[in-house]
Design a protein around this ligand. Structure first.
Ligand code: 8YV
Length: 316
């Protein structure tokens, strides 16, 4: 049987390239816009699109692929894909939920611990010879205890909250509605401002996309107590970044732990001048183990579509 024509958009690890080259008649491009430069013959033959990365995939890109049946996203967040445009064209969209929950939650905890206990600075203190030459490492701040507020108690938010319980934190959260399966001693807040005002940690675990654009608004950031810290492992678009930067620069809040930014990877240079932040290059799901499972799920969705079988993790 001949292989189906599939396009891989974005930069994939070698093991994914190998698997896709083996399984499909593969066209590879770096960005969605590169689709528009392909010949009409190639574009017309393509039945499935495997997307990695966060560059927007729009209706105009879909229009260039008249026989496209499926867009399989490598990631749980599919805000880069215009899913309404896909649905309008009868194109299926899939994502990779659940398999990355542990990694993303671990990354949130790692950043929180690193920020309060000054782990990168401690490492530098030895690497630069400061400790060996008799300089004391400054005292830092306790991590365990206090109040954690989870903004968006979905699958990843829940994993973070469960971990923070082990660190003796009280859990507060804000979601569209109270979660029936949340422990009864977790405190629900009906508004993001109310949550922000009540916590030591504001952990953003919202989905991305238009509905959460600037959800952590200037008003939410201004509601945060002076000693509190903002953590974001979701999408840069969920936070008013200028308001956050101002709060960090003026000491209106204690700090921020960020794995995601607006305009990634072009991080606002104002962040680089701050010493009350820990910044990570959107690596929340970035372990070898999890990325292999994510890409296998991406291909399982493509394979199901090509075989006329039900999709594993559809979103539209
Ligand atoms: C990315 C992510 O998919 O799952 C998500 O929503 O943001 C990440 O896991 C990954 O960085 C590949 O771009």
């Amino acid at each position: 049987m001949s292989k189906a024509n599939v396009i891989a958009v974005g930069t994939y690890p070698a093991w994914d390239q190998d698997a896709m080259r083996e399984g499909y008649e593969l066209t590879e491009v770096a960005t969605p816009d590169d689709i528009l430069d392909l010949t009409q013959e190639i574009r017309t033959g393509l039945r499935a699109l495997a997307l990695i990365g966060h560059k927007p995939l729009t209706g105009a890109h879909m229009d260039a692929l008249p026989n496209l049946e499926i867009i399989a996203n490598y990631g749980v967040g599919y805000d880069a894909i215009d899913d309404a445009a896909a649905s309008a064209r009868g194109i299926k969209v899939t994502n990779t939920p659940d398999v990355l929950n542990d990694d993303v939650a671990d990354t949130a905890l790692a950043m929180m611990l690193a920020l309060t206990r000054q782990i990168p600075q401690g490492h530098a203190h030895i690497q630069t010879g400061a400790w060996q030459s008799g300089q004391r490492f400054p005292l830092n701040r306790q991590f365990s205890g206090g109040v954690a507020g989870i903004m968006g108690l979905g699958r990843i938010g829940r994993e973070i909250a469960d971990r923070l319980v082990a660190f003796k934190m009280d859990i507060h959260y804000h979601s569209r509605a109270p979660k029936p399966d949340a422990p009864s001693n977790w405190v629900y807040h009906a508004t993001p401002e109310s949550l922000a005002a009540a916590v030591d940690w504001l952990v953003v675990a919202l989905v991305g996309g238009a509905q959460t654009e600037n959800y952590v608004s200037r008003a939410v950031i201004q509601a945060m107590p002076e000693e509190s810290i903002l953590v974001n492992i979701s999408r840069g678009s969920t936070v008013d970044e200028d308001a956050l930067l101002t709060a960090l620069e003026t000491g209106a809040i204690r700090g921020a732990a960020l794995d995601v930014f607006r305009n990634e990877p072009n991080v606002d240079p104002r962040f680089l001048k701050l010493d009350n932040v820990i910044l990570q290059p959107h690596q929340g799901s970035g372990s070898v183990e999890t990325r292999k499972i994510m890409s296998a799920l991406q291909r399982a969705n493509i394979d199901a579509q090509l075989a006329g079988e039900p999709l594993v993790t559809p979103v539209n």
